[in-house]
Design a protein around this ligand. Structure first.
Ligand code: FES
Length: 146
């Protein structure tokens, strides 16, 4: 008597002795979209400077303050520690990402996606994470760049 076992694609590949990397490569060959673990909503390269002396950037002189500029949310999360993320939410592309100082996280007001300061998603709508940009402070000039 032949015993039948129903297994899924990953289990099949595992039985063949393929490691995780080989399995992911196989998935990628089968469907490019299944390999994209990042956002479906493309965010562009950024490189701009904010002058912290300008009144429009006053919020960045207080811990917990944030501004939005060039579709980027920039927050002063602790003394002289800035975090910048795209304003474009990875859930459905709304440009609604803000900073919540009380929770010290980034939050999309559209459907409630939440991201930590490293860009990791903290709930299901935020599961794709969010792009975090580099920051560099020189005097009162804050550079935000990819
Ligand atoms: S678009 Fe941001 S949570 Fe849905």
């Amino acid at each position: 008597m032949i015993k039948r076992e129903i297994i899924n694609r990953k289990q099949f590949l595992t039985k063949l002795g393929l490691g995780t990397g080989a399995i992911m490569a196989t998935y990628c060959l089968g469907s490019l979209t299944s390999c994209d673990e990042g956002s479906d909503y493309k965010v562009g390269e950024v490189d701009f400077i904010l002058n912290l002396d300008e009144s429009s950037n006053d919020a960045l002189n207080t811990v917990g303050g944030y501004v939005s500029s060039n579709k980027v949310v920039i927050a002063l999360v602790s003394e002289r520690n800035f975090v910048a993320v795209t304003q474009i939410c990875s859930h459905q592309g709304a440009e609604n990402v803000t900073f919540r100082s009380m929770n010290s996280d980034f939050y999309c007001t559209k459907h409630g996606a939440i991201f930590d300061l490293e860009g990791n998603g903290l709930n299901s709508n935020g599961s794709k994470g969010i792009m975090v940009y580099k920051t560099s402070l020189s005097g009162n000039r804050l550079r935000i760049f990819s």
